[in-house]
Design a protein around this ligand. Structure first.
Ligand code: DQA
Length: 143
């Protein structure tokens, strides 16, 4: 089982970025956390972060026939990117959406999720633990 974890714009700013919302742990801590989860679940993984929509689209395209599952926190692109939704549909790899915060309890413009239209499951408002739940979900269903 090989999982691709994708993080979108500004997630590289964790720790500095609105800590009351996103917590005080930095992006390196998230990378470490995801790595530990995958090791414990005996899953191969790659973790990728980009602030650019096209790079995320290309990463998803290149995942075809390489990865068995995708965990995606598209960050702000969640709410705007038809291109990321179409890329997920194109490769047809099982995917789970993660958000550190509970987007359902936030602004109106965060209520629409394009990535969620493809993903089998969404974990939101659980902080880093959402990534663990998403990896567990993919393992239980596809490993
Ligand atoms: C986020 C929620 C998005 O609305 C926001 O734009 C982000 C992070 C989250 O993890 O809670 O950048 O995806």
């Amino acid at each position: 089982m090989k999982i691709l974890v994708i993080n979108g714009p500004n997630l590289n700013m964790l720790g500095l970025r609105e800590p009351d919302l996103y917590g005080r742990q930095d992006y390196a801590a998230l990378v470490q956390y995801v790595g530990d989860c995958c090791k414990n679940m005996d899953v191969e993984h790659e973790i990728f972060q980009s602030n650019h929509e096209g790079e995320i689209v290309e990463k998803i395209q290149k995942a075809y026939k390489v990865f068995d599952g995708i965990v995606i926190n598209a960050a702000a692109y969640t709410h705007t990117s038809v291109a990321i939704l179409d890329a997920l549909k194109a490769v047809s790899i099982p995917a789970v959406e993660v958000h550190l915060t509970d987007i359902a309890l936030r602004e109106q413009f965060r209520q629409l999720s394009y990535t969620g239209m493809y993903c089998e499951m969404t974990y939101k408002g659980l902080g880093f633990e959402g990534y663990k739940k998403a990896i567990e979900y993919l393992c239980e269903k596809y490993k």
